[in-house]
Write a protein that binds this ligand. Structure first.
Ligand code: UDX
Ligand code: UDX
Length: 457
């Protein structure tokens, strides 16, 4: 039994689900989640999480009011806690030195000062947000700046959950990583945190390292994952020129156990709040340490991603007879991946903006992300329709641009859709989700990613 209290600062995509899982698995810990955003807190409190994530509402409701609580009172949360998780966002800096690449750490520093101000007993402070390597050092300096009696031990415990599968990833993670100092107090704090995870995660999956390895491992994991996507996407361009098929290549190389089969799906490019931000952050760090060649190497992963999006738009334009002006284009999917309403860094944003520049008439459909889509494209929204029903969205369209791999798009009645479209009808499959042969037989001109086009023209 533990009578410990956990406080988490930041009730977003990372903090909310992670704390819901800890509360669920550890009913003897009191888990409080704080956020400055009142609307977010109210949504969590009502048992209807502010983010869409399969299984999350049920998970939250299993503990809410029992040992899981939500609050905007950050000061009290800090005071009462034994362990404080920091899960606030660290966006890319938009101003000054390192703008566009470095992490904006202003909220992070503000949070460290807040912890210092309100803490009256010893605390373990856990960095869960993804941060530049050696951020823990800066945090420790702030926390120790008053030299008072309260002791703080800072740990790094990055989160590897992916959106859409957050509940599964939290319940059965490949590993949990805990970085701590190699001092007696540091190791005691590591054991305290490991104790929580060991309630449901096998011991051999709980890795402990030094703080800096843990911080950098998170950036490295995201960089490697993104690099695989850029690698397969770069080859998809070569496939389109040579009639090789990118899915067949992914299968052939993925069966080599040294390469592995996952994360080899070619598409319109990666999105999400992490990959681009974390790589750019790593690029900035490398430059800071004078490692220009290393910085350039990783910067290319992001450049290929932008190239892939631009290539998608160029293909669409070329095959629609070099003009989309006044043509109705149905965009199926706006979220950065399936099973989430999240649109942060979604390739769909860039695709839609470019199509609007070309004066296309866009109609965007998505089962979960239309509200975010409206916000992302607010400045051009008067030229766009937002339509939840894919059959209405595709009615009278010249082309379909499929941008998110929602399973339900695979099962639409494409015969019906074809009949409602302007002829010749086109499908540009930016996720290689659809049955291309079937679409071709129905009469569509089909443009997959990384495969030869199937055209009746
Ligand atoms: C974010 C980062 O994107 C990710 O890199 C990092 O690993 C964890 O933090 P996410 O949970 O997706 O992940 O961010 P977001 O959904 O924006 O949630 C952050 C929350 O922190 C927001 O609800 C925001 O209101 C809150 N916050 C931010 C505070 O409560 N206080 C602050 O000072 C700043
Ligand atoms: C990622 C990491 O997977 C996770 O470990 C980390 O904690 C946060 O960042 P997330 O961004 O939620 O998670 O989703 P992920 O499944 O990794 O997909 C990221 C993007 O890559 C999506 O746009 C997805 O469509 C794309 N992707 C993924 C591909 O284009 N091809 C693939 O084979 C896999």
């Amino acid at each position: 039994m533990s009578n410990k209290t956990i406080f988490c600062i930041g009730a977003g995509y990372v903090g909310g689900p992670t704390m819901a899982m800890i509360a669920h698995k550890c009913p003897d810990y009191k888990v409080i989640v704080g956020d400055i955003d009142d609307a977010r807190i109210q949504a969590w409190q009502s048992g209807q999480p502010p983010i869409y994530e399969p299984g999350l509402a049920e998970l939250t409701r299993s503990s809410i009011g029992r040992n899981l609580f939500f609050t905007t009172d950050i000061a009290k949360g800090i005071r009462d806690a034994d362990i404080i998780f920091v899960c606030i966002n660290t966006p890319t800096k938009s101003f000054g030195m390192g703008a566009g690449r470095a992490s904006d750490l202003q909220y992070w520093e503000k949070t460290a000062r807040e912890i210092l101000e309100h803490a009256t007993t010893d605390k373990i402070v856990v960095e869960k947000s993804t941060l530049p390597v050696r951020t823990a050092e800066a945090m420790e300096r702030i926390l120790r700046s008053r030299g008072g009696k309260v002791r703080f031990e800072v740990l790094s415990n990055p989160e590897f959950l992916a959106e859409g599968t957050a509940v599964h990833d939290l319940e059965m993670p490949d590993r949990v990583l805990i970085g701590g100092h190699e001092t007696e107090q540091g190791q005691a704090a590591v054991r305290e945190l490991a104790k929580i995870y060991s309630r449901w995660i096998p011991q051999e999956r709980i890795l402990t390292t030094n703080v800096w390895s843990s911080e950098l491992s998170k950036l490295a994991a995201n960089a490697f994952l993104a690099q695989r996507i850029s690698s397969i996407n770069s080859l998809s361009a070569l496939c389109e020129e040579t009639e090789a098929d990118i899915n067949e290549i992914a299968r052939a190389i993925g069966m080599d156990q040294r390469i592995g089969a996952k994360f080899l799906k070619a598409g319109v490019g990666f999105g999400g709040s992490c990959f681009k931000k974390d790589i750019l952050n790593m690029v900035y760090l490398c430059e800071f340490y004078g490692l220009q060649e290393v910085a350039d190497y990783w910067a290319h992963v992001v450049e290929i991603n932008d190239y892939q999006v631009d290539r998608f738009v160029r293909n669409l334009l070329v095959h629609l007879f070099n003009t989309v002006a006044d043509k109705r284009i149905a965009v199926l999917g706006f979220a950065f991946k399936a099973d989430t309403g999240d649109t942060r860094e979604s390739p769909a944003i860039r695709v839609c903006r470019k199509l609007v520049e070309e004066r296309a008439r866009l109609v965007i459909s998505d089962p979960q992300a239309l509200e975010n889509a409206r916000r992302d494209l607010a400045d051009v929204a008067d030229r766009i329709e937002f339509e939840p029903d894919p059959y209405v969205a595709t009615q009278d369209a010249h082309a379909i641009a499929l941008l998110t791999d929602w399973a339900e798009y695979r099962h639409l009645d494409y015969e019906r859709i074809f009949k409602g479209m302007v002829q010749p009808a086109f499908v540009f499959d930016g996720r290689n989700l659809l049955d291309h042969h079937k679409l071709y037989e129905i009469g569509f001109n089909v443009y997959p990613t990384g495969k030869a086009p199937m055209s009746h023209l």
